[in-house]
Design a protein around this ligand. Sequence first.
Ligand SMILES: [Zn+2]
Length: 179
Amino acid sequence: MITSNPLPGLQLGFLFRRPYVMTSKFDERRDYSRLGGSPNDKHAGCDYDLLEPGVWQPEVLAPFPGVVTEVGTARAPGKFVKVESLHMWDADTPEPQGRFFTLTFGGLCKTFVTPGILVDLGQPLGEIGNSKDSLGEDLHLILQVPGSGLPGYIYPDVWEPDQYFPGHPRVSYAAILPR
Ligand SMILES: [Zn+2]
């Protein structure tokens, strides 16, 4: 059972050009029965949405450089882009310390990248929005750390992604709750 941070020191960049909020936390109860899971499963990622949807450009930006490994459509998370990256936290030691991780960006209505291409920090990957392939207007972000993530979720080796977005001018989760 993995309990310690598998990606120490990782800092991810912005997901959008405009202010956004987390609309669903990691581990919230989620009914994945339509995907072969159970009605009492836990949310395997975090969801995000713009504060003013429809007003701002809803492009999803790569928050870390990597290589696109998959672009497709699934029952969940809908149309998606998957990017694999390598996080090095001690490259100066004789045996460098680092770990591969993947970020899957789901709930997209358009994709701008294809498998095999390299993406830079801040590069547009696609757009969120309603389409027959998306489940809503939110971005569904799934972090997986192969061999070092948590078991017991609908996807293997997941980890809580929001902790790696330090200091962003996002609006707190509480701000979107009903008053
Ligand atoms: Zn989600």
